[in-house]
Design a protein around this ligand. Structure first.
Ligand code: OGA
Ligand code: MN
Length: 293
């Protein structure tokens, strides 16, 4: 059976039906998923009741799973697979985290528009987020297409930003929210890495603007000027009419391409309601500096 894509915008975000991700997938089905990702950047698979092993198995069919970066409070790992990223408000025993928990403060960084792992020398390709428990309201995830954002820029802006190189770090995005409690070990682990601001998306051969709230500097620019420009570009790229907002149901799996999209989490009452989401991330093949623009 072949996968059917129902697009949300013409070339951005689609619902994928006609596939059960727990079944052994054929090479043709894997090809179709990559083709859908290359065109739409975000794919939504509903009613996929996967466990951790099944989610790992599916991800490994699409590419190499990224190792998790040195994380805050790594000893408090709730999930059995080290590469599975815990996007929840839960303690190891399943209770809700305290208001002032350091992990909660750190995870609030996900509310800012970003591309996963843009702060790594080799950034992410796809992320796949699976919903296990969702709150009764709020907690949507929003997505924006950075190829579409590039297409909308004026020629003068394109010419200006095309050669720019930015430094990305988790420390920069957290600083935007006033979080600065990094240990010396974390400061070393999250040292800034350079990335091109404009890249070519290999899957679609379209240019894409590689924005992220992890950006804290543009090479050769005064910092406030650089940050004002980045803020302006993010606002334009993520204007509401260009955004897909995903309202989660338990067992939804959403895959996005970090090379050509940004996303952010929306607020919910995380002191009252549980939200248990689990993410696997695939690594890209090289730094953007080594890829042709
Ligand atoms: C992520 C992320 C936002 C959310 O999983 O990478 O940014 O809505 N999630 O949980
Ligand atoms: Mn993210």
């Amino acid at each position: 059976m072949s996968i059917h894509f129902s697009p949300i915008f013409e070339n951005f975000a689609a619902r994928a039906t006609g596939i059960d991700l727990r079944q052994r997938l054929s090479a043709a089905q894997i090809e179709q998923i990559h083709a859908g990702m290359n065109r739409y950047g975000v794919l939504v698979f509903e009613a996929q009741d996967l466990n951790d092993d099944e989610q790992m198995q599916f991800a490994s069919l699409l590419g190499p799973i990224e190792e998790e970066a040195a994380v805050v409070d790594v000893q408090l790992q709730r999930l059995k697979h080290r590469q599975m990223i815990d996007i929840s408000n839960l303690e190891v025993d399943g209770s809700i985290m305290a208001v002032n928990d350091r992990r909660r403060m750190f995870n609030l960084g996900n509310r800012l528009w970003h591309s996963d792992s843009s702060f790594k020398a080799i950034p992410a390709q796809y992320s796949m987020l699976h919903a296990r428990v969702v709150p009764p309201e709020g907690g949507e995830t929003e997505f924006a297409d950075m190829r579409w954002a590039w297409d909308r820029l004026s020629q003068a802006t394109k010419d200006m930003v095309e050669p720019m190189i930015c430094d990305h770090s988790l420390i920069y995005s957290r600083a935007l929210l006033g979080f600065d409690e990094f240990t010396e070990v974390e400061k070393l682990a999250f040292a800034p890495v350079p990335q091109r601001l404009v890249r070519r998306h290999a899957g679609s051969d379209r240019k894409s603007i590689f924005l992220s709230s992890h950006i804290g500097q543009i090479h050769g620019m005064l910092r406030p000027e650089a940050m004002a420009l980045i803020r302006e570009l993010i606002e334009q790229a993520c204007a509401q009419q260009y955004v897909y907002s995903h309202a989660w149901q338990a067992h939804d799996l959403v895959i996005w391409d970090n090379r050509c999209t940004m996303h952010r989490g929306r607020p919910y009452d995380d002191i009252r309601y549980k939200r248990d989401m689990r993410r696997l991330t695939l690594a890209d093949s090289a730094s953007t500096l080594e890829q042709s623009a």
